[in-house]
Design a protein around this ligand. Structure first.
Ligand SMILES: [Zn+2]
Length: 141
């Protein structure tokens, strides 16, 4: 990582600080073009919005998918104060962003978070293969 990328990562950490100062969880992210131009920036607003999905990485992935053509999205880099969670990683994958640079890893975050991560949930399946397949079959052609 060069000094210009460190500068962008520090900006993402600054957005995390702003989120904390606003009473939200301390996470921030920005999306930069290949030349380092900041295209969009977001901070966590989970508490102030009452929205469990209001992570900055997810908001930026949705913005990119809506506003950028695929080639432009692929040329961008997301700089984020913490490694994206599973929800955000899925959205980033679907948005076609080219790269993510993060400061804290998930393991490093969990070391700072009493009680650790999320409790997880039970999943049962697959089931009703014929009925479920009939709804999907032919959609992806
Ligand atoms: Zn997330």
């Amino acid at each position: 990582m060069d000094t210009s990328e460190e500068h962008l990562l520090r900006q993402a950490i600054g957005l995390a600080r702003a989120a904390r100062e606003a009473g939200d969880p301390p996470f921030g992210s920005l999306l930069a073009a290949a030349d380092g131009t900041v295209l969009a920036e977001e901070r966590n607003t989970v508490l102030s919005d009452g929205d469990i999905t209001a992570h900055p990485e997810l908001k930026l992935a949705r913005w990119a998918a809506r506003e950028l053509d695929p080639a432009t999205a692929a040329a961008t880099t997301m700089f984020t104060s913490c490694q994206p969670c599973g929800m955000c990683a899925g959205a980033i994958d679907r948005s076609g962003l080219g790269r993510v640079v993060y400061a804290l890893s998930t393991e490093q975050l969990l070391a700072l978070k009493p009680g650790g991560g999320f409790p997880g949930f039970r999943q049962d399946g697959p089931a009703l293969l014929d009925e479920a397949s009939a709804v999907v079959d032919g959609f992806y052609t």
